[in-house]
Write a protein that binds this ligand. Structure first.
Ligand SMILES: [Zn+2]
Ligand SMILES: [Zn+2]
Length: 282
């Protein structure tokens, strides 16, 4: 199976065998975007990060691509969804998992049309009821009685607390909080993904213990009302103690990728757009 990997500033084809290897289920993760809601650079900002020439400092809105041998899905589809699908050469998408309804996570959904056309089917979207209500309002034309020709086709699916299956891939939702807004993180095998959170209840931590790979949000070094700061994210990582952790949903206020990376403890990496890794079960 062929995958795209970003090396230096260009995307290259890599070959991996993923899926069931012995009894170990192998999942490939690719960061499609690692920026906060405004992306980096921010429009009209000339701070050091926004004017940086380093490709690692160019961050689209937060999203990951998750692939196994027979499943391809993304978590969140923000305003950069189209560009992200093109850049990572995603030719098939089985489902979209939504963490919550903020625009930087749902703003690109109109572009599922391309996948509708290719598969001749609606795209499966997994989100909780509150998020479904927002989708029906924001994309009212998709759900209206009169179906204008060529509109996107979305099949809305619930997120059962005990977990659900996308083509055999088991997904466990993990409740976290974005200030007061309940948001879903997800656990898939030994991989955990949490964005837009600054409070994680004990029962949710219990769902994460034992994972080997963790993606967690950190907006900047200073405290923020609805996101982990870098320090808070590092403290949370230490509690869960995965083998590797990756920081995402990064603001220009975090500073330069190259400089912040040097300050991080072993096993913790600042993610960047195009970075990928394989959860190999080890
Ligand atoms: Zn966000
Ligand atoms: Zn800036």
């Amino acid at each position: 199976m062929a995958f795209l990997k970003k090396s230096n500033s260009c995307w290259q084809l890599l070959n991996f065998n993923i899926g069931l290897s012995g009894n170990i289920f192998i999942v490939k993760i690719t960061f499609l975007g690692t920026g906060t809601s405004q992306g980096v650079p921010v429009i009209a900002c000339n701070c050091n990060t926004c004017i940086s020439g380093d490709e690692h400092d160019k961050r689209l809105r937060t999203s990951v691509l998750i692939e196994t041998d027979n499943v391809s899905l993304v978590i969140d589809a923000g305003p950069d969804f189209r560009q992200q699908m093109l850049r990572a050469n995603v030719i098939r998408l089985d489902a979209i998992l939504l963490t919550h309804e903020h625009k930087d996570h749902i703003g690109g959904l109109d572009d599922v049309r391309a996948f509708n056309y290719k598969s001749q089917d609606a795209i499966d979207i997994y989100s909780e009821e509150r998020v479904q209500k927002v989708l029906k309002k924001d994309y009212s034309y998709v759900f209206s009685e009169y179906q204008y020709p060529g509109i996107p086709k979305m099949r809305l699916n619930p997120v059962p607390e005990q977990g659900f299956d996308v083509k055999g891939l088991n997904i466990l939702p993990v409740r976290v909080f974005h200030y007061r807004l309940p948001v879903y993180g997800f656990r898939i095998g030994n991989f955990g993904y949490i964005t837009d959170a600054n409070y994680i209840p004990e029962e949710s931590k219990e769902k994460l213990y034992g994972i080997k790979y963790l993606v967690i949000n950190a907006l900047r070094k200073e405290k923020h009302i609805s996101h982990f700061s870098l320090r808070e994210a590092i403290d949370f990582i230490r509690e869960i103690s995965p083998k590797k952790a990756y920081i995402t949903h990064i603001s220009h206020q975090m500073g330069l990728h190259a400089e912040v990376s040097k300050e991080l403890p072993a096993g913790i990496t600042l993610a960047y757009d195009g970075f990928s890794f394989v959860c190999d079960g080890n």
